[in-house]
Design a protein around this ligand. Structure first.
Ligand SMILES: CC(=O)N[C@H](C=O)[C@@H](O)[C@H](O)[C@H](O)COP(=O)(O)O
Length: 226
């Protein structure tokens, strides 16, 4: 599928992230496939998923494009940090490889542009996960097919909002021609609709749909009394 064809199929649509953190009971390939099937049944337009085995299983079981990534650790550049990780995700059947495009050194010494070239040669597209407007501009200039606000609030030293970074969504949407994806801490359908109103091309929701452990924790904290 070309970038234009995929972008057209995702315009104004919901992408559901089906991931579970290390140690979580939901972190099991068959369980994540079931989550993806549920998201498809509910009307998702694509699935975002982590690790080659899970990406391959979801791509085989669900008739939707998969946006794949490979998290390695949880500090520094950890979302698809190297060209090797990116090519493994493309080989697993992802239509799009999502990768960190923040302004930080990558562990293999590669640049984000190197990753874009390698993934395109492998026949897949690239989603740049950024935390700032400047990173989004740079990623678009380096050939990213989509730019997502995924990492806003997750780069040490930068502020983390409780909800989505809609100002970044709006700023990116006004500044680049590449489709902008609103991702990160979208907790309600209303917030998702607002992100589209602020210029987002598509929405990614993870925790609010696919993370029962985190959601339970929120409710437990919400009813706790001193
Ligand atoms: C920062 C980072 O590592 N984000 C990851 C990226 O794939 C996932 O852990 C998030 O769940 C995903 O971005 C969706 O966000 P939310 O779960 O807030 O709807």
């Amino acid at each position: 599928m070309t970038a234009q064809e995929l972008a057209a199929s995702l315009q104004g649509k919901l992408i559901v992230s089906c991931q579970a953190p290390p140690g979580d009971p939901m972190r099991e390939t068959g369980t994540l496939v079931r989550l993806a099937q549920s998201a498809a049944a509910g009307g998702a337009a694509a699935i975002r998923a982590n690790e080659p085995e899970v990406v391959a299983a979801i791509a085989a079981a669900v008739d939707l494009p998969v946006i794949g990534l490979w998290k390695d650790g949880d500090i520094g550049v950890y979302i698809t940090p190297t060209v090797r990780h990116a090519l493994a995700i493309a080989a697993a059947g992802a239509a799009v490889v999502a990768a960190d495009a923040t302004d930080r050194p990558r562990p293999d010494g590669s640049t984000f542009a190197d990753l874009v070239t390698a993934v395109h040669e492998a026949g897949a597209l690239v989603m740049a996960d950024v935390s700032t407007l400047a990173e989004g501009l740079a990623a678009a200039a380096q050939g990213a097919d989509f730019v997502s606000t995924t990492l806003s609030g997750y780069v040490p030293g930068t502020p983390k909002q409780t909800g989505p970074d809609l100002d970044l969504v709006a700023a990116l949407s006004a500044a680049i021609d590449v489709p902008v994806v609103a991702e990160g801490r979208i907790n309600t359908p209303e917030e998702a609709a607002e992100a589209l109103d602020r210029g987002a091309h598509s929405i990614v929701v993870g925790t609010a749909i696919t993370a029962p452990t985190a959601l339970t924790t929120r409710f437990v904290a919400g009813i706790a009394r001193p």
